[in-house]
Design a protein around this ligand. Structure first.
Ligand code: C2E
Ligand code: MG
Ligand code: MG
Length: 662
């Protein structure tokens, strides 16, 4: 072969071999890339599967523990790490702490015992140890070498099990860390950022489980609790009573009782100071009641049934009297005034007690009995505790019937007014009348206010009835003034109930009645009691001032029987005091009896207001009152209250009365 040809062949072979080499290298590289890509793809696939498994399980799980349990197990398997542990944030104490939960995964409990023991005995503050640091930073943390870490208190235990690396991530609800999970590995492992991102996603999934559970718990709580006070509501209370009644049927050595609490003056506060003040009052009352129960009872449920009705279920009582004693303590707790909007409010309560005896009752009966006892406490004078007895049932039925009858009486025009003269002690002339409500139930059946006014007040019917009284009394006054003209026109005193006075449009009602009748406002006298005056002094003063501005006069009725409003009487714009007849009755009988009347007369003189003595029955009383300088009197001595038709006889011939004419 020619040397040139041989050279050229060698050269070509060389080129060919080089090309082959290059191609092999390129193929190897391509293969390596493909393999790496596949591996990455495979890894991604595994990660996705893990995330999916955990997400699905989280969505399906009904308990937080189940979801955590599965997630920890799956993560351990995925990473081939032997130990995983969950911690829950406990916010009960002063500073929140991470407490180990019993949700844990360990491939070999025996081999890992030292670490498990150290973990279960631990509890971590913020920034303390691995979980504490995750808690503080709310981000995942990876510790490659536990033995050299300065903030890993369980290093000895980890070393004893041959654990080298650890990692933990937070479970977030919103931005708050609700839990932390940690994992440990036998081999020393570099931090894997991709893995940490994945675990972050798992943390979010598990956070959603907690969130969902919290929302469910809230729903359940809301359905069974009162929104304002946070106390159990009617539903939950009924349930507890149910169980107490069932238990009482089985056991005989412990006593249970239900207390029904009704606030004496809540409606007044609510109507006068507004709902926000009413709400504040209820919250404060709930706290006071709770305070007493915490101190004096071992097992109780305090509930708010709605409005101003609170109930208590007392269990594990050592004697049947204990419920009454606790009732007294609850009343005491409400005796001290409560400060709302800078005003002192005396809430006061009436309590009914029904013992659960286990012989008869359904839960509804127990509650009804306590309610009846409460009504009886109220009617016996408020601020008391009454025990249910079977007679009360009868009374309650009567009360209900009365309420129905009163409603009918109003539509059937069965209410009438009687009039009792008010007489000048100087001249014995009739200066005016007090209108007194009567219920004409039948031709011969006249019911006095004492028998129905309480129920009318409780049910709110008094507002309608009182409105009618205002109009009717003013009409009568106009007619009397027209028939019996005087230099000093006759006056009409009209009783105003507390509930009526609290109506937001009360002033307007009075104006309308007076203007419609055409009488001069100054001949109308509104009688209010001290209860009205004391319940909300500031508003009372404003309303009274507006009424006087309009021209009507104000009398303080039954003076001396209520709370003593002496200390702020000077601020109260009133024109007259009516001395209650209980004081007049004691006049001349005892030194004190006389002294009290003298004090009232002195007081009135100082304040330059009139005094009317109520319930004067005897000549001696008239004499004494005149001597003492009392201006006016009203009572059987002069005349009983009479029907409108009989006024003629009083005013017709002479207007001067020296003794009762009928
Ligand atoms: P009150 O305003 O103090 O009325 C005086 C009560 O004493 C009347 O009783 C009257 O009949 C009675 N009385 C008068 N003189 C004598 C007497 O010499 N001896 C005795 N033992 N009693 C005498 P009544 O008519 O039964 O009314 C009782 C209460 O009912 C009234 O006390 C008043 O608080 C309330 N009342 C009466 N009418 C109305 C009304 O229209 N609206 C409201 N809200 N309450 C009314
Ligand atoms: Mg009166
Ligand atoms: Mg009176």
């Amino acid at each position: 072969m020619l040397p040139e040809i041989a050279d050229s062949l060698d050269f070509q072979k060389l080129r060919f071999e080089r090309r082959l080499q290059r191609e092999r290298a390129a193929r190897l590289e391509a293969e390596a890339i493909a393999e790496r890509g596949l591996r990455e793809l495979y890894e991604k696939q595994r990660q996705l599967e893990l995330l999916e498994t955990i997400a699905t399980a989280s969505n399906l799980s009904t308990s937080i523990e189940d979801a955590f349990d599965l997630a920890i197990k799956e993560v351990c398997r995925f990473m081939d790490w032997p130990l995983g542990q969950a911690y829950i944030v406990d916010r009960g104490g002063q500073d929140p702490r991470l407490e180990p939960s019993h949700v844990r995964y360990a491939t070999d409990e025996d081999a890992l015992r030292p670490m498990i023991k150290a973990t279960t005995a631990a509890s971590f503050a913020r920034s303390e140890g691995l979980p504490g640091r995750v808690f503080a930073s709310a981000t995942p943390i990876w510790l490659k070498c536990l033995a050299t870490d300065r903030n890993f208190p369980r290093a000895d235990a980890a070393a004893a099990c041959g654990i080298h690396s650890g990692m933990a991530f937070p479970i977030l609800v919103g931005r708050e860390v609700a839990a932390v999970v940690e994992f440990f590995s036998y081999t020393e492992q570099e931090a894997d950022t991709e893995l940490l991102t994945l675990l972050g996603h798992i943390g979010i999934q598990l956070g959603r489980v907690i969130e969902r559970k919290q929302a469910e718990d809230r729903l359940i709580h809301d359905a069974s609790h009162d929104g304002l006070t946070g106390l159990p509501n009617r539903l939950l209370f009924g349930d507890r009573v149910d169980r107490a009644v069932a238990r009482a049927k089985r056991t005989f050595d412990e006593y249970c009782a239900v207390l029904f609490i009704d606030l004496d003056r809540f409606k007044l506060v609510n109507d006068s100071l507004g709902h926000a003040a009413g709400d504040d009052l209820l919250v404060e009352i709930a706290q006071r009641l709770n305070g007493v129960l915490q101190r004096h009872s071992t097992a109780h449920t305090l509930a708010r049934l709605g409005g101003d009705e609170f109930t208590v279920l007392l269990e594990e009582l050592d004697s049947p009297d204990k419920a009454m004693q606790i009732g007294e303590l609850l009343i005491d707790a409400l005796r001290t005034p409560i400060l709302i909007d800078g005003q002192e409010i005396y809430a006061g309560a009436s309590i009914g007690v029904a013992n659960i005896t286990g012989t008869e009752q359904s839960p509804a009966t127990v509650l009804r009995n306590a309610d009846l006892a409460m009504y009886s406490a109220k009617s016996l004078g408020r601020g008391r505790v009454e025990l249910y007895d079977t007679g009360l049932h009868h009374i309650a039925v009567e009360r209900l019937r009365l309420e129905g009858d009163l409603r009918r009486a109003l539509t059937n025009n069965e209410f009438i007014l009687h009039y009792q003269p008010i007489v000048s002690l100087e001249t014995h002339d009739i200066v005016g009348f007090e209108s007194l409500l009567r219920w004409q139930r039948g031709p011969q059946d006249i019911v006095l206010p004492g028998d129905f006014i309480g129920t009318a007040e409780d049910t709110g019917l008094i507002v309608l009835i009182g409105g009618w009284v205002l109009g009717e009394a003013c009409r009568m006054l106009a007619s009397l003034q027209a028939r019996y003209p005087r230099p000093e026109p006759l006056t009409m005193s009209i009783n105003i109930s507390p509930r009526q006075f609290m109506q937001p449009d009360f002033i307007e009602q009075v104006r309308r009645a007076v203007l419609t009748s055409g009488v001069e406002p100054c001949s109308v006298r509104l009688e209010i009691t001290e209860t009205v005056a004391i319940s909300d002094p500031e508003r009372t003063i404003l309303v009274l001032a507006a009424l006087r501005e309009f021209g009507v006069r104000i009398s303080l009725d039954d003076f001396g029987t209520g709370y003593s409003s002496l200390n702020y009487l000077h601020r109260l714009p009133v024109d007259a005091l009516k001395i209650d007849r209980s004081f007049v009755a004691r006049l001349g009988l005892t030194v004190e009896g006389t002294q009290i009347i003298r004090t009232i007369l002195d007081l009135a003189e100082n304040l330059k207001i009139d005094v009317v003595a109520e319930g004067t029955e005897q000549e001696g009383q008239i004499r004494k009152l005149t001597e003492m300088g009392c201006h006016f009197a009203q009572g059987y001595y002069f005349s009983k209250p009479v029907a409108s038709a009989d006024i003629e006889a009083l005013l017709g011939s002479s207007t001067s009365l020296s003794a009762e004419t009928n």
